[in-house]
Design a protein. Structure first.
Length: 259
C-alpha cells in the first residue's frame, strides 16, 4: 500500500485492444469494462513504479506502460479519432483537462469528434451546462476538435442548447436502454436542424464514487479525505471507411476531497 501526499490521480489504461485478458470481452458493459481496466492498470503500475519516490508527490499518473497508445503520425489520414468525456464533477475545467489528456496520450493535435456526457444530477439547461459547452466551443476554435456533440439530451435541453450556442452540436447520442424508442419529436427536430442522432449503451454515471473510494483505498493509505471521480474519457481510434477499431482506451482523473 502506497503512503504519500497524492491529491490527484490520473489512470491511463493504454490501448485496450492489446490487453490479452480483455480480448473477446468488448461485449461487456462499459461500466464493468472500465472497472476491469482500472484494476488491471493499478496492479501493473504498482509493479513498475518506485513507491518511495511518490512520498512528496501530489499529482500522479498510473499508466499501463506495456500497452502504449501513441499513434503513428504517418497513419493519421487513414484514421478517425473519437472521444467521449463523462464529466462526473460537472466542472467546465475538467472537460478541457480530459480532452487535453486524450490528445497528449495519443500524440496527436486534433480529435475528429468529442461527445460530452453530463452527470445525471444535471437535468436542466442551466449556467453550468452553458459554461461546459463554451469550453467545448473553445476546443473547436483552437482546432483541438472538429465536431462536438452531447449525450442523453432530451428535446427541451437540445433545443435550448442549439438556440443558445455559437457552435451547434453535431450529434446527440441517445441511450436505448432507458429509451427503447427514440421520441418522434426528437427525431423531427434533429432532422430539421441537421443533427445526427446516435445510440449508445453507456451509463451516465459510468464510475461510481463508492467503487473509486474502495479500490483506491486498497492501493493508497486511507486518511480523513475521500477519493472522488472527476472525469472519465474514453477514446476510440477507427480505420476510415472500415469501422475497425485500431485503438481504444480510458483515461480518468480522481481527486481527494474533504471527507
Amino acid at each position: 500500500m502506497v503512503k504519500q501526499s497524492i491529491r490527484t490521480l490520473y489512470i491511463d489504461t493504454g490501448n485496450l485492444t492489446e490487453w490479452t485478458r480483455l480480448k473477446g470481452k468488448f461485449s461487456q458493459s462499459s461500466k464493468s469494462e472500465l472497472q476491469n481496466c482500472i484494476d488491471g492498470t493499478l496492479n501493473a503500475w504498482k509493479e513498475s513504479v518506485d513507491i518511495q519516490s511518490l512520498k512528496q508527490t501530489e499529482v500522479v499518473t498510473c499508466r499501463h506502460e506495456e500497452f502504449p497508445s501513441k499513434i503513428n503520425e504517418d497513419n493519421l489520414d487513414e484514421l478517425e479519432i473519437y472521444a467521449k468525456v463523462f464529466a462526473s464533477s460537472g466542472k467546465p475545467d475538467d472537460v478541457n483537462d480530459a480532452v487535453s489528456h486524450v490528445i497528449n496520450d495519443l500524440g496527436i493535435s486534433k480529435l475528429h469528434s468529442v461527445t460530452i456526457s453530463l452527470p445525471s444530477t444535471i437535468t436542466d439547461f442551466d449556467t453550468n451546462v452553458k459554461d461546459i459547452w463554451q469550453v467545448m466551443e473553445h476546443l473547436v476554435d483552437n482546432q483541438k476538435v472538429k465536431d462536438i456533440g452531447v449525450a442523453d439530451f432530451d428535446l427541451n435541453q437540445l433545443s435550448q442548447l442549439y438556440e443558445w450556442s455559437k457552435i451547434k452540436p453535431a450529434t446527440n447520442s441517445v441511450n436505448l436502454a432507458t429509451c427503447c424508442v427514440t421520441p418522434p419529436d426528437l427525431i423531427e427536430y434533429s432532422n430539421t436542424h441537421n443533427l445526427r442522432l446516435l445510440t449508445h449503451a453507456d451509463a451516465r454515471d459510468i464510475l461510481d464514487a463508492d467503487y473509486v473510494q474502495t479500490v483506491l483505498s486498497g492501493h493508497f493509505l486511507a486518511d480523513d479525505n475521500k477519493w472522488q471521480p472527476s472525469w472519465v474519457a474514453r477514446y476510440t481510434v477507427l480505420i476510415k471507411h472500415r469501422g475497425v477499431i485500431k485503438s481504444k482506451g480510458y483515461i480518468l482523473r480522481c481527486d481527494k476531497v474533504e471527507g
